[in-house]
Design a binder for this molecule. Structure first.
Ligand SMILES: Nc1ncnc2c1ncn2[C@@H]1O[C@H](COP(=O)(O)OP(=O)(O)O)[C@@H](O)[C@H]1O
Ligand SMILES: [Mg+2]
Length: 391
């Protein structure tokens, strides 16, 4: 990325010079503009490899600024990154709809997000779907439980985050398929409108791998990209379910890891996905009713021809020290338990409510270590299973 030219537009002088100094230190060549109009002139006259701008402008509306760049042949394809002083969701949506590639809110994490985005834009050319043809589909890991409240969604998001953290170069997407209402967007703090329901309504030709890679949000701190779940039961029940199989297939042709939250659903929609999965993470809490129901789910999975080696059982101590021990749970269900997730009392909900991964909020907690090890072991297991099934 050395020598790439970045045009910085920020009306705030201090903010602008801070950014330009930071980027110059990283060997970018930088041009500065202090108004929307100056930026347009500079972009068209001098050319630029990327525009980094604060969309809060006084001389132009942000959508006008973006549209002008997008409609001009000289800047049509130039990546546009908004670094916004407005934390609200509305401006983000306006900008995304108008055609920006990335939208970051100014915060203490903004610089590291920006760095990640610049690396991605300049160093790693995303191969097109066509180029990926002939490549193996991404590993499919599904999260499943017999009952609600066992921590399936929280573990799904946190393990996915650790998978991406462990291999920053891998493309990781999480899709929330829990119907009729999803919850991962609440855990990671995504408030936009792009979700499984809206995507399933788009014409098939539009939902290419590129579309997902470009448009799916990358929630701050979580590192993976998210295909959010249904925002409410009404829309969830009206979902165009026939499209889901194809959407997941597209994700697998684009991402190295496709991680699905299926919650407690064993439906017409989820069953084929479970059957395709490389690894099925079965989340069990320690209360006896859940443990017994998990046995029923396991019997069902067996009846559907799912091999035992694909089932990765995690005992999650959501209710403290009460309930079944690991040995009891293993006896009742008839499956080995790979890991026990420690009880985190209110801390888990607190991290969720703050939209933070456990690894960020409690880096020194044993739970963070458990999650990290789980991520490593699950990746290893799914690779082994894939290798043995294709051998
Ligand atoms: N190990 C744990 N210790 C304490 N609380 C937990 C633990 N795992 C999950 N929780 C809490 O349990 C609740 C349900 O979690 P969630 O992920 O929504 O479950 P599910 O998706 O299975 O319905 C959340 O408030 C979450 O913070
Ligand atoms: Mg859930």
């Amino acid at each position: 990325m050395v020598g790439k030219k970045i045009l910085i537009l920020d009306e705030n002088t201090a903010s602008r010079s801070f950014l330009s100094n930071t980027l110059r230190e990283k060997q970018f060549s930088v041009i500065e503009a202090s108004s929307g109009k100056d930026a347009l002139i500079a972009a068209w006259r001098d050319g630029t490899d990327l525009v980094l701008f604060d969309p809060v402008l006084t001389d132009l509306k942000e959508e006008e600024f973006i549209a002008k760049l997008r409609n001009n042949p000289r800047t049509k394809k130039v990546p546009l990154v908004a670094l916004s002083s407005d934390p609200g969701p509305t401006r983000r949506e306006v900008c995304i709809n108008a055609g920006v590639d990335e939208y970051i809110v100014k915060s203490s994490q903004a610089l590291s997000s920006l760095e990640e985005i610049l690396t991605r834009i300049f160093n790693t050319q995303m191969p097109t779907e066509r180029e990926r043809v002939g490549q193996e589909p991404g590993l499919l890991i599904v999260f499943l439980s017999a009952k609600g409240g066992t921590g399936t969604s929280s573990l799904c998001a946190n393990i996915a985050m650790n998978i991406k953290q462990g291999q920053p170069d891998a493309r990781v997407v999480v899709a929330d398929l829990v119907l009729p209402i999803g919850s991962i967007s609440q855990i990671v703090g995504y408030e936009g409108n792009l979700n499984i329901v809206t995507v399933a309504d788009l014409p098939g030709g539009q939902t290419s791998g590129d579309y997902f890679y470009k448009n799916l949000p990358r929630p701050e701190l979580w590192q993976f990209q998210l295909l959010a779940g249904s925002p409410d039961p009404q829309r969830g029940n009206a979902i165009n379910g026939d499209r889901l199989g194809r959407i997941i297939e597209t994700l697998r042709s684009t991402y190295d890891f496709v991680i699905l939250d299926l919650g407690r659903s064993l439906s017409r929609i989820s069953l084929p996905l479970i059957q395709q999965a490389d690894l099925i993470s079965l989340i069990v809490s320690t209360d006896y009713s859940t443990v017994k129901l998990t046995k029923t789910v396991y019997n069902y999975l067996q009846s559907q021809g799912i091999e035992n080696q694909k089932i990765y059982t995690i005992l999650n101590r959501t209710i403290g020290l009460e309930g079944a021990t690991k040995a009891e749970a293993e006896t009742i269900i008839g499956l080995p338990i790979k890991t026990t997730m420690p009880y985190l009392s209110g801390n888990f909900s607190l991290a969720n409510n703050l939209n933070q991964p456990i690894a960020t909020k409690y880096p020194m907690d044993s739970a963070s270590i458990t999650l990290k090890n789980l991520a490593v072991d699950m990746v290893k297991s799914s690779r082994l299973i894939r290798a043995s099934s294709t051998a």
